[in-house]
Design a binder for this molecule. Structure first.
Ligand code: HEM
Length: 427
């Protein structure tokens, strides 16, 4: 690209940034709160008395936020009054990195793109998913040695990318996995830290785009091309899908091994169910409805360790949320991480307890006290895929392997970037 055009693009980006920050600027900056929020979001949010309030306001850095904690208000923001709320801070940033894609679109253009993509995520599209996940898991586990220390988050990332690549694009992503895992992890870190891509990272993004352009195949891509999307727009969508699936599903699986490894009673019940239903063979999609306890384990992992800690929005008009007046332009935060751990909705909220989802004598939380996949027009398009991949991967690997938490990181917080664990053969 000629340097003049690069300069113009940079100026346009800066102008957009300036507009965005003016719109949401706080009366005074709170640098300490901003730092505390970034360092330990859950700890910071717990200081805001979310047990007593449905909405709490705070200023972090230069921005003002309204943190919504009650299920009724979560429902209003995500579903029943979703038209009053537009893209939040994270999505604004993501648009500089991911370009124009389903994640970054709003209102009518979003609805059109969603209608185009939804059919690619129907249950009928996942016919061969079981054999894909089983073979990815077996290839991966073939390299493990009992007792070695592994980062289960990146190991599970390999399974996730390979499974999403084959399921969504019909492409064997395995040869690219070594490059894709660190590139997608870096992209996630950049989006959460930097308002727009640094020039130093532009080369890395170009490399990532080159890999992505090689993956632009399969029925989903054909639908996009048939709707006359340019090659660049198709690549943005493919990148966004891989990005959205990689980080989240691998986090769910990594934390599942962590939680199971720390709770022998849960592990014993899981093994008993797998042995009874599968009798030693590999799992198929048809087995999943019978793996009831495994499903409860995944549901509980997504409660206690939701991969997406925040869903954010920006008010498009003045709005009253539970008696708190939120002005147009202010940011709204909804946090599965916080709400799904509040004692007013969950018995023993800090306990990893899959029985809460299957036991007859445990009270269920209100519907919108649990929203790991969001809801409403932006509800996760890949939730069916993610839940199937997670259930199949756990069933495949738990037949022969179990994971011990590594003494190197005995108590990782929900923000941990790595989860060191040691694979052991099941006896
Ligand atoms: C356990 C795994 C996953 C979790 C917890 C998760 C969570 C979420 C959440 C909370 C949202 C809503 C964001 C919002 O309302 O602003 C979302 C949206 C989205 N997710 Fe997922 N996700 C997961 C897996 C996946 C997978 C496997 C894919 C794709 C293959 C995917 C693709 C997307 C896309 C494209 C959106 C944007 C949807 C829209 O705006 O219409 N996700 N996800």
């Amino acid at each position: 690209m000629p340097s003049g055009q690069l300069l113009l693009e940079a100026l346009a980006m800066m102008r957009r940034q300036a507009r965005l920050s003016l719109r949401t600027i706080a009366p005074w900056p709170d640098v300490r709160a901003g730092r505390a929020f970034r360092r330990d979001p859950l700890g910071f949010m717990l200081t805001l008395a979310p047990q007593d309030n449905d909405v709490v306001r705070f200023t972090a850095g230069f921005s003002r936020f309204a943190l919504v904690c009650s299920p009724d208000l979560v429902h209003r923001v995500l579903v029943s009054e979703s038209g009053k709320f537009g893209e939040g801070k994270w999505t604004e940033r993501a648009s500089h990195y991911l370009g124009d894609c389903l994640i970054t679109r709003e209102a009518e253009p979003h609805a059109q793109r969603r209608a185009l993509l939804d059919p690619s995520f129907g249950a009928d599209r996942f016919g061969a998913l079981d054999s894909i996940v089983v073979s990815c898991c077996e290839r991966l586990a073939g390299r493990w040695r009992p007792g070695q220390t592994l980062d289960v988050l990146s190991e599970m990332g390999r399974i996730t990318i390979a499974a999403s690549g084959r399921a969504l694009f019909g492409v064997d992503v395995e040869p690219e996995v070594e490059g894709l895992v660190p590139a997608l992890s870096q992209l996630r870190r950049d989006i959460s830290r930097l308002p727009f891509p640094l020039p130093g990272r532009i080369a890395a993004r170009r490399r990532l785009r080159r890999v992505i352009s090689g993956l632009c195949r399969g029925p989903m891509v054909e639908r996009l091309r048939a709707a006359h999307l340019s090659q660049g727009a198709v690549e943005s969508e493919v990148l966004a899908m891989l990005f959205a699936s990689f980080d989240t599903t691998s986090s769910a699986l990594g934390w599942a091994w962590f939680a199971i490894g720390q709770h022998p009673e849960v592990e014993a019940k899981l093994h008993a169910e797998l042995d009874e239903v599968l009798g030693g063979r590999v799992p198929t999609l048809e087995d999943l409805p019978r793996l009831r306890y495994s499903r409860a384990v995944i549901t509980e992992v997504l409660r206690l360790y939701p991969p997406v800690h925040f869903v954010d929005r920006r008010a498009l008009c003045d709005v009253d949320l539970g008696g708190v007046r939120v002005r147009s332009g202010e940011y709204i935060l909804l946090s599965p991480l916080l709400t799904q751990r509040l004692a007013r909705f969950y018995e023993q909220p800090a306990r990893f307890w899959p029985e809460r989802w299957v036991g007859a004598d445990v009270s269920r939380p209100p519907r919108y006290a649990y929203f790991p996949f969001g809801d409403g027009p932006h509800v996760c398009i890949g939730r069916g895929l993610a839940l199937r991949v997670a259930a199949l991967a756990i069933a495949t690997l738990a037949r022969h392997w179990r994971f011990e938490p590594s003494p190197a990181l005995p108590d990782p917080g929900p923000n941990a970037a790595i989860l060191p664990m040691m694979p052991e053969r099941r006896t």
